[in-house]
Design a protein. Sequence first.
Lengths: 338, 275
Amino acid sequence: MLASAASVTAPEILCNRKRFSCGGTDWSITIISAGGHTCWLLRAFLRSVQNIVSSTPGNIEFEEPSPWFVTWVSAWGRVVIDTIIALGDFSLFCFRMMVWLFTRLPKKETLWPNFHQVGVSSLPVVALTGTFIGMVLAVQSYFQFRQIGLETRLGGVINMSLVRELGPVLAATMLAGRVGSSMAAELGTMRVTEQIDALSAMGANPIRYLVVPRFLACLFLIPALTVMADFMGVAGGHFYSVDIIGIDVHHYWHNSAKFVTNFDLFVGLFKSVFFGAAIAMISCYQGFNCTAGAEGVGRASTAAFVYSFVAILALDLFLGIALDSIYFTYYPEGASLL
Amino acid sequence: MIEQLYEQQDALVDVKNMSVTFGSQNILRNINLSIPPGQTLVLLGESGCGKTVLMKSIIGLVKPTIGEVYFDDRNINQLSDRRLSLLRLRFGFVFQNAALFDSMTIGQNVAFPLRQHGRFTSGQIREMVLARLSEVGLPDSVVFKKPAELSGGMRKRVGLARALIMNPELIMYDEPTTGLDPIMSDVINELIIRTRRRNPVTSIVVTHDMNTAKKVADRVVMLMPAHRLQPNESQMIFDGSVPELTACRDRRVQQFINGEAGERLMELRGQRSGV
C-alpha cells in the first residue's frame, strides 16, 4: 500500500518542481506548487510511518534529498506517531493489568511487602511535609488577612486548602517521588537483568506478579497517606496560627467548621485514589519498558516521577472541575456562599 | 539410525518461516527449524546473530514479526496469557546471567516455580530444593544466601537448578558457559549431559563455546547475522551433527570452529583507515 502511494506521487512532484522553479505570480502555479507541497508533506508522513513500521520486510526506499521543511514535518510527525504509539501501549498495559486484577488476585506474599513499602515507609515523610505545608500556609496568608482584619478566618482558609488540594496533591507527590521512582528503578533493573523474562519463563505472569500488587498498594494506601497529610497539615496550621501568631482558638476552629464540609474531605480522598492509580501505572510502565544499562534505569525512574507529577496535576484540575460541578448540581445553596 | 528415529516422531518445537525485526534491524530472517523430542540442539553463531532471540521466540518471550512457532502442535503466539503461562511450566530456561531474583534467597529462588504452580507442602518443597541444589553440586548452606553473595559459576548452577525443578520437557540454555573458567565450563557441560541422561529432555543450547558444542550436541545449527548474508541466503549456514560440522567445507563455518578472524581483520583495518 505504501509502495503504491509513493510511486504515484513521485512523478507529480518532479513535474511540480519544474514549474515552481520558473517562478511568476500566476495563481495556477501557486496552487500546483501547493499541491506539490502537499505531496511532499504526504511523503514526509509516509516516511515517518515507514520509520516506525520498517519492521515489515520490503521497505520502500526514499532516495530524493529532502528539503528542510520535509525533515521538520517528518520530525514532528515522528513525535506525534511515537506519542500515539506510547499512549496505545500504555493503555494496553493498563488493560492487561485490569484483566489480571479482576480475574485472579495476587498472592499475599507479594502484596504485603508492597503495602509496607507504600504505606508504612512513606508515612513519616508524608507527615513531615504535611506539617510544614500547614505552617507555611499560615505564614503566607496571615499578613494578607490581618490587613482586612479577618485573622480568625485563617482556620477556614488553611484547612479548606489543605483538605481539598494540598493534602492529596502533596501526599501523591511524595509518593511519586519516594515510591514511584523506586518502583520504576526496581522493575527497570529486573527488566535489564532478565528477571522479568525469568518470571515469564517460569510461568508466572509478570503483570500479575509485579504490577497488580503495586497498583493495589498505591490505590488502597494513598487515601490513608492523604488523611495523614491532612491531619498533620491541620495540626501544623493550628500550631502556627494559635500558638505562635496568637489567633483565638475558638474563632479559628469555629470558622474552620463553618467552611470545611464533609464533601471537601471526600473531594480530597476521592482525588487521591486517582493519583495513586496514576502513580502506580506510570511507574510500572516506565520500569517495564526500561532500556538497557544504568542510563536506561536512571531515565526510567526520572520519567516515572516527571510523568506521575504531570498526571497528578492534570488529574487534579479535571477532577476538581468535575467534582465542583457535581457539588453545585446537588447543593445549589453551596454556590450562594461564594 | 538416530536421525531416522527422530524423523519418525513429531517435532516438539517447530519454527515456521519466522522473521524477527527490532525497529529497522532485521535479526532473524525466514527461519525454519524443527526439533524432535529428546534431541540436544546446539545453536552456534557469532554475537548478535539472533541465537538468543530465536530461543526467546520459542518460549514466547519475543513475538515473531512474521511466521509461527509451534510447541507440541500448539501455536505459541495465539495462546492467551494464562494458557501460555501454563504451557511454560513445560519449559526450563537457564538465563545467560542466571537472572536470579535478587530480592529472594537462593532457596526461595529455586522454590519459586514450585510455589507458583505446584501444590506442595513446605516440607516437600524444602526436600526438592535441596535435592536439586545437590544435583548441581551446591551445598545446603547456600539456601539462605542472596544471589549477590555467590560467584558467577554458582549463580549459573542455581539458575540451572531452578530451571530443572519442575522437570521440564524442554530446557533452554542461554550461553551456559560464557564468563566461566574452563573447569567450571566443563562442570556445566557435564551437568547438561547428566540432566539429559537422567530424564529424556529436549535441550537447546546457545553457545559460542566449541567445547560445549562438541561435548553435548546431537545436532548443531550455525546461524549467521542477517546483514552479512545475501538477501536470498538462508541464515542457517549449517545444520548437522558434530562430525559433519568438523568436516564441513564452508569457509564461514571453519572460520568459526577454528576461531579465525579472516576477512573481519580487513574490516577492522578499513575502519581504522576511515577514521
